[in-house]
Design a protein around this ligand. Structure first.
Ligand code: SF4
Length: 418
């Protein structure tokens, strides 16, 4: 889910949606969503299979199919797992605890591949944004946000998004396909490469050296519409012999795909954020059109039943502050009434405006007044600091800008809304 919604990364990646200033109501007629399936990736004849993103069981099966003796599969899978995810090694020749002829066998059948960096922007505030190319030439965005006590990586789960949240830039891009588990965990590996976070040879990873301490699924796409790939990738992220990030430091942000919410708790077990943004169905229908399928009351029921919910594991409600749309005192009061009884924190996200956006950011005093009401009702209500504004940090912006740069002037002129 995008920030807007799910975008906790809000600060990070408020996705803005491109739309005429006059037409926020257009979203009322926009398609809510369509169910999409991950398109299977076809390997070229005789191609090597990418090991990144395979579950441990799939890795074992792949090794067996390549001729690894049955008695060795478990051990070999464990060794490879550590080389790939703990040490960041991608060349089989460097996997020195494997026999030379076995390394040759691996190189014949497999590859260890991650997305390619097409463009990398570093903000004055340290935020890093990557435009990554994945199979088929598609592009997705990943954002790294360093803070004093943590480093958060905001990753994408789909190319574009089928949802049409009216404040979100990604929602303006046609969905091309779901990402594979390898492409999702590959974003973490790309960022580790760029940050130089892999341990030096012979040294075990240490927590205090972690630059990426948190992962948020708040980049492009709705993660619960790509459930299996997201789950498998996050299991690698959480695996003690994998990337090794605690489940409590992983937050999945959804726009409100109600039927999959409980499953996220039981099968992934991560923290949950929801792109809430409104306190009436009328307004939420416009801002987050999936609300027309699962309205506020239905969503809140699902959140109350979230398996991991407790006072120490609260749900984050993302609330983008839009001037004159959802930012009144009355709305703040209605919000705290609606979520009564749910252990929660409310992230207030000043809207990250983009050219042509149909909304404006609420005034700072208004945001503070809203936060005050929520805070006095007993909820943490941090106001997210916009980050990386100088590098097009609104989700989807970098991808759009790069695509535009590649097009001819004439081509751009014929494209409505650009
Ligand atoms: S349009 Fe998609 S990517 Fe954007 S906020 Fe909505 S669910 Fe997230």
């Amino acid at each position: 889910m995008a920030v807007g919604t799910g975008n906790v990364a809000a600060p990070v990646a408020l996705r803005g949606r491109r739309r005429s200033r006059k037409s926020p109501a257009m979203t009322a007629n926009a398609p809510i969503t369509q169910d999409v399936l991950t398109l299977p990736r076809r390997l070229p004849e005789g191609g090597q299979r990418n090991l990144v993103g395979l579950t441990r069981a799939e890795l074992g099966e792949a090794l067996a199919a390549a001729g690894t003796p049955g008695t060795q599969i478990r051990m070999r899978a464990g060794q490879l797992w550590q080389w790939i995810y703990q040490k960041g090694v991608r060349d089989f020749a460097e996997m020195t605890n494997l026999a030379k002829d076995y390394r040759a066998l691996l190189a014949e059948h497999f590859t260890v591949a991650i997305p390619e960096v097409v463009r990398r922007e570093v903000s004055a505030d340290g935020t890093r944004k990557y435009l990554l190319r994945i199979a088929g030439g598609h592009e997705v965005e990943t954002v790294y946000i360093p803070e004093t006590d943590r480093g958060t990586l905001c990753i994408s789960s789909q190319v574009g998004c089928t949802l049409t949240c009216s404040f979100c830039h990604t929602g303006t891009q046609k969905l091309v396909r779901n990402l594979t588990a390898g492409e999702i965990i590959g974003q973490v590996m790309v960022a580790r490469d760029d940050l130089g976070e892999w341990p030096a040879p012979g040294r075990a990873p240490k927590d205090e050296t972690r630059l990426i301490s948190n992962i948020v699924l708040m980049g492009m796409g709705e993660p619960l519409y790509n459930f299996e790939a997201v789950r498998d990738a996050m299991r690698i992220a959480m695996d003690g012999e994998g990337i090794g990030i605690s489940r409590r430091r992983i937050t999945l942000s959804t726009s409100g795909v109600v039927p999959e919410i409980a499953r996220a708790g039981t099968e992934i077990g991560c923290m949950l954020a929801v792109s809430f943004h409104a306190t009436t169905d009328e307004v939420r229908d416009r801002l987050v059109p999936i609300n027309k399928r699962w309205n506020i009351a239905t969503l809140l029921d699902a959140l109350r039943a979230y398996p991991k919910l407790s006072n120490s594991e609260r749900i984050t409600f993302e609330y983008v502050m839009l001037k004159g749309v959802n930012d009144s005192d009355a709305e703040a009061r209605r919000l705290v009434k609606l979520i009564a009884g749910i252990p929660a924190k409310i992230n207030l996200i000043p809207f990250n405006e983009w050219p042509g956006a149909p909304y404006e950011r609420s005034d700072w005093a208004r945001i503070e007044a809203f936060a005050d009401i929520v805070y006095k009702a007993g909820y943490a209500a941090p106001i997210r600091t916009p980050r990386g504004e100088d590098i097009m940090a609104a989700c989807g912006q970098l991808r759009s800008a790069t695509e535009r740069a590649r097009k001819s002037r004439a081509g751009i002129a014929t494209e409505p809304g650009l």
